[in-house]
Write a protein that binds this ligand. Structure first.
Ligand code: ADP
Length: 745
């Protein structure tokens, strides 16, 4: 009887494919198994449900092994006309009931999710019909009175309400920025203009964020068409000025697939090309990125987003009451949430309708404030020169400085800060080589074009180091501030930057020069800064780690091997845990948890059991400071010695490759967002008699400022990390997905 009542659920991917769908399927399957639920993969979307037979496959722990890092969807997706008919849906219901499935996790776009809702509403009627036709017994119908639905949005366009990000959008931005970076270099060589068309029929997300991340010079999106009739002239004038005044060698115009003018007439990339050639008399080339944007390995963010969503989907499915509305799993402000699915679908459609009705104000308003802010910032960034200062306007002198290890995204942050500051009519100064440079007065003025090209560049052009001032340094700093007439300081960096700014703040009584507005912007791959859930650079580092581990794993296809990979992060386990989630590591060692001998013994026992069961590969990730004595080398020796020759053990200490490389799109976009707010904040605070000294942070998706006075209160000073770390609550997910559930012996 107990076995009879075991619940069965199905998972399918439907509509357009999106990178990250596999991670979602893996998480759904493994979470279901861990919860003691039978789980089936339904192949080829609704088509498999309608066809039944071997298209509905029972899944076990290992059937979703090694798919996390694969693009596309291994269980297939399709568009299915039959499912649009009631007859098709009745057939689908019959096939589900054969396997006692009465819960579905659907990963797809708004079409697929709407289809799921229709199916759920019709379910009781469909079952009654089947009873009448003698296809099922009344008993079976009574056992499955309703169909529970949970939806995840798989869509590269990021076009859905109810979630800040959809599965696949981040990876798609990776593909777009890679392409833009590549095109910029060839465009600059030939002084050429490129028109790049990106996907997004009703949504300008990819175009807008691609333009910010790629440092493009003009963008056309469906929600906000050019606001003047002669936009062609305006665009050409700006591009020309960029070359004439600024000496820029390349120009890139991004056109969303669904771009249109105010009257709703489509603006094609070919039309833009023609305009550029006619009006500027220069060669313009069109690149349509097309399906490349859907392809490739999912980014670290998409793997983790899908994993967290898949995990939440099963728990939501198992807890929703029969007959409740289908739920949509989304991410809001960095947390997984669920909300009524059809509300999200309706709002999504409302934007589409607004665009169709040429009601662009509504369309932009519905997209939300960060989309609007991004668009506003972009419009400043693409100018060829700043607005001239208004007569009588007080010109502030605002300095930008780095401190801490290099974090990819520092340059884009400086670029935005400099351009926005200049556009507000102020003078911008760059301090070279951190606080050492401030002491030495190594400060230069930065003009509009001095930061050209920095939107995409890794490293830190201004230079950074971990030097923290002390003793007589403060006197020298005060003198530099006075000599250079610095009215405000933006520190973009990590721990030592926060520490240094705090030291200056504490000495305001002794040094009146420090009584200027100061703000710290978190930039550290370690993600160990207070006030912010994410710091600039951490996403790039995470992607660097994940790409490296993918390669390491591939190197061991044929052998029975255990890898112990050491990652950076200092005392903060963020990179270790998140890379563990993104690569499917068996075990993650964090400083926050430490390592005990008992842990190692238990891990060894599990490793041996796994290899005895026939596994070929094991991956353990160790944060660099997890334990001072149980080093990576020690772990390797221990496991190798005790491996009973079942497997060998190799170590990989990833080192500085984690800090390098071009910043990821997310880091470029976050750098833009935070730097915009910091500059506005400094300007605002310069009006105050006691200007604030603060640090900016992102918390639950909101930008906030915290006083430097609160720094000690928020810190675990022994371990140089925030007292509260939001990501610690993700540990159970990583643990659950890495270990076979009760179904596997
Ligand atoms: P997406 O899910 O990416 O928006 P589609 O709109 O093409 O993609 O939908 C994918 C599939 O979902 C369709 O081929 C169809 O089988 C099913 N579907 C979509 N809309 C509906 C609907 N209104 N009723 C029933 N099934 C639908």
């Amino acid at each position: 009887m107990a076995a009879q009542s075991k619940k069965s659920i199905g998972v399918l991917t439907s509509g357009g494919d999106a990178p990250g769908m596999n991670a979602a399927v893996r998480a759904v399957v493994r979470t279901a198994l861990a919860r003691g639920v039978e789980v089936y993969a339904i192949r080829e979307g609704y088509q498999g449900m309608v066809d039944g037979g071997n298209q509905i496959v029972p899944m076990n722990w290992d059937s979703v092994g090694s798919i996390l890092q694969q693009g596309g969807t291994v269980i297939g997706t399709a568009r299915c006309a039959a499912f649009r008919t009631r007859e098709g849906r009745r057939q689908a219901a019959r096939n589900l009931l054969k396997r006692k499935i009465d819960g579905l996790v659907v990963v797809g776009g708004d079409g697929s999710l709407t289809g799921a809702d229709t199916f759920r509403r019709e379910w009781p009627g469909l079952l009654a019909e089947m009873v009448t036709l003698g296809e099922i017994t009344q008993k079976v119908a009574d056992q499955h009175p309703s169909l529970a639905i949970v939806g995840l949005v798989g869509s590269i366009d990021n076009d859905m309400f109810g979630t800040d990000m959809t599965i696949g959008a981040d990876t798609s931005l990776h593909r777009i920025t890679e392409a833009l970076d590549a095109l910029s270099s060839t465009a600059a060589s030939h002084q050429r203009t490129f028109v790049v068309e990106v996907m997004g029929r009703r949504c300008g997300y990819l175009a807008l964020m691609g333009a910010i991340a790629g440092g493009a010079d003009w963008v056309l999106i469906p929600e906000s068409p050019p606001d003047v009739d002669n936009w062609e002239d305006k665009m050409c004038a700006v591009l020309k000025a960029g070359r004439d005044i600024g000496g820029r060698r390349d120009s890139i115009v991004i056109v969303a697939e669904g771009a249109q003018d105010r009257k709703g007439r489509p603006i094609s990339s070919q039309y833009v090309q023609m305009v550029l050639e006619e009006k500027l008399g220069e060669d313009a080339r069109v690149t349509i990125l097309g399906h490349v944007q859907r392809g490739g390995a999912p980014s670290a963010f998409d793997r983790n987003l899908s994993t967290m969503m898949g995990y939440a989907a099963v728990d939501t499915l198992l807890t929703v009451q029969a007959d409740t509305e289908p739920q949509l799993i989304g991410i809001r402000g960095n947390r997984i949430v669920h909300s009524p699915l059809m509300d999200a679908v309706r709002q999504t459609q409302a934007v589409n309708e607004a665009i169709t009705a040429n009601d662009y104000e509504t369309a932009m308003a519905l997209r939300g404030s960060s989309f609007q802010d991004a668009f506003r910032t972009l419009r400043t960034m693409i100018r060829a020169a700043p607005h001239p200062p208004k007569p009588g306007h007080k010109r502030l002198r605002l300095a930008v400085i780095h401190s801490g290890g290099p974090a990819p995204g520092m340059n884009p942050a400086v670029r935005v800060a400099v351009r926005l500051g200049l556009d507000h009519g102020h003078q911008m100064l760059g301090v070279q080589h951190g606080f050492k440079g401030l002491i030495a007065g190594d400060i230069k003025e930065l003009d509009w074009m001095s930061v050209n090209g920095w939107a995409t560049r890794g490293g830190a052009e201004l230079g950074t180091n971990r030097f923290v001032p002390e003793g007589s340094d403060f006197y020298a700093i005060a003198r530099s501030i006075e000599t250079h007439k610095i009215d405000g300081l933006l520190m973009i960096g990590g721990w030592t930057g926060y520490q240094s700014a705090h030291e200056l703040f504490n000495r305001r009584v002794n040094f009146p020069a420090f009584n200027i507005p100061m703000v710290c912007l978190p930039a550290s791959i370690d993600n160990d800064l207070p006030g912010s859930e994410l710091s600039i650079g951490a996403d790039t580092a995470l992607n660097n780690i994940v790409e490296a581990i993918d390669k390491i794993k591939q190197s061991a296809v044929a052998s029975q091997r255990c890898f112990v990979v050491e990652v950076m992060g200092r005392y903060c386990g963020y990179l270790a845990l998140m890379s563990g989630m993104a690569t499917g590591a068996e075990r993650v060692y964090l400083n926050e948890e430490g390592i005990s001998l008992a842990d190692l013994q238990a891990d060894l026992t599990r490793l041996v059991a796994g290899f005895e069961r026939g596994r070929r590969l094991a991956l353990l990730i160790r944060n660099e400071y997890a334990n001072p004595l149980y080093t990576t080398g020690f772990l390797c020796s221990l496991f190798e010695e005790e491996s009973k020759e079942l497997f060998d053990v190799r170590q990989a200490i990833l080192g500085h490759l984690q800090q390098g490389g071009d910043p990821s799109p997310f880091d470029r976009i976050q750098a833009t967002r935070l730097a915009t707010r910091c500059i506005e904040y400094l300007i605002e605070q310069a009006e105050e008699t006691t200007p604030a000294a603060s640090f900016i942070g992102l918390q639950a998706g909101q930008v906030k400022f915290f006083s430097l006075e609160d720094l000690p209160r928020l810190l675990d000073t022994v371990h140089r990390r925030p007292k509260e770390q939001w990501w610690m609550e993700l540990r159970p997910i990583v643990r659950l997905l890495s270990q076979p559930g009760p179904e596997v012996g």
